[in-house]
Ligand binder design. Structure first.
Ligand code: KG4
Ligand code: ZN
Length: 354
């Protein structure tokens, strides 16, 4: 029996990633390039800049992932086709199309969020079904993963994502100038400064997300607005003449706690709901993924919650929690060995933003 080997390609946002993985869970090659630095001064991802960098990065990234691997040994190519920045997705899809023709390979279209949800099965022994929280700069989704292609959606964000919330607060506070965190992304900068902050100094609880609805959907807009109002009112903005940045650290602790508590309450509800619904069988494992999942305060709070309900908390290593080619290749393996959605009609590939 020939082993399955999949080349995975990821270009849905600002990372160009590629990897080759076999069905024995060996990562045979991987490569990633990020372009965040070129977008930072614009305060968000600029589509045309993303396009240009993906275009320049795809050839070297795929070559690096394929280093010492024969094209003949590749069973199929898997590429993210949704959701994401449409202009970025097109770069990956067009490049993939060239490879498919050149090497005559089948194609596995990948849903980027499915890939995030399945990555854990590459790095850990986790069986279906399990609960997964995907919390990143672009998403906040809580679901039960019932099978490779079967999801029970418990809740998602009604407005912005937790990562975006933290990034916007960090930007308002001018943290990219702060010497101790200037090289960190928003959420990580807040996590670092929050270590020395007191979260009880401010209250960011707004009626919007406190009591009313009892479902598992998320909302972060209210706490973001509340944080912005505090920043304006108390002038909580970093500048180099600042003598004491304690108030800054306190607000970091406060916004981090608000985000984490909110996520915690929704997961708590989800656990109770799944226990209650008999036909929703699951193996009592919670998986965390996405950039925000690398937050240690979040992990600690969810670990305590999981311990209480005798659940296991599993987090893939941070570099596989964020966007990368490995998760796409792995999703390709999971689909290819079950013959799920493997196609050959290359001209039918149309990426979609959502
Ligand atoms: O998954 P990711 O790398 O990219 C996508 O959004 O797809 O997630 C990036 C997000 C950013 O909003 C960043 O601020 C946040 O993850 N993040 C964190 C931490 N590290 C990254 N948020 C909280 N704590 C962290 N340590
Ligand atoms: Zn992602």
């Amino acid at each position: 029996l020939r082993t399955i080997r999949i080349l995975g390609i990821e270009t849905s946002c600002d990372d160009t990633g590629a990897a080759v993985i076999d069905d024995q869970r060996n990562i045979l090659g991987e490569s990633i390039r990020n372009q965040l630095q070129y977008h930072q001064k614009f305060g968000g991802i600029v589509p045309n800049i993303a396009k240009q960098h993906h275009y320049e990065n795809l050839v070297p990234v795929v070559a690096e992932a394929m280093n010492n691997i024969e094209w003949d040994s590749i069973s199929a190519i898997a590429t993210s086709i949704r959701p994401g920045l449409i202009i970025s997705l097109w770069q990956g899809v067009n490049f993939t199309r060239q490879l498919l023709f050149k090497y005559n390979k089948p194609f596995i279209p990948i849903h980027h969020m499915e890939a995030h949800a399945l990555t854990v099965r590459l790095t850990h022994d986790v069986d279906f079904p399990y609960m997964v929280l995907l919390a990143s700069g672009g998403h906040c989704i809580l679901a039960i993963v019932e099978d490779v292609d079967k999801y029970y959606r418990l809740g998602e964000s009604n407005d912005i994502s937790p990562g975006e919330t933290l990034d916007k607060v960090a930007r308002e506070m001018n943290l990219s100038e702060h010497p101790s965190v200037k090289d960190l992304v928003g959420g990580a900068a807040i996590e670092y400064l929050a270590l020395q902050g007191d979260s009880s100094i401010f209250n960011l609880i707004t009626s919007q997300y406190s009591a009313k609805s009892k479902d598992c959907s998320f909302t972060f807009g209210g706490m973001l607005s509340a944080a912005k109002r505090l920043i304006t009112k108390h002038q909580i903005k970093y500048d180099s003449s600042m003598l004491n940045d304690q108030i800054l650290k306190d607000l970091c602790a406060c916004i981090q706690t608000s985000v984490v508590r909110h996520i915690e309450t929704r997961i708590h509800r989800a656990i109770l709901y799944c226990d209650y619904r008999e036909n929703l069988t699951w193996r009592k494992t919670l998986v965390l993924s996405g950039g925000v999942a690398s937050n240690l305060f979040l992990r600690k709070r969810l670990k305590d919650l999981c311990d209480y309900y005798s659940m296991k908390l599993v987090c893939p290593p941070p570099k596989y929690c964020t966007d990368n080619g490995v998760m796409i290749a792995w999703n390709g393996v999971e689909r290819f060995r079950r013959n799920l959605g493997v196609i050959s009609a290359v001209d039918e590939i149309i990426p979609e933003a959502r």
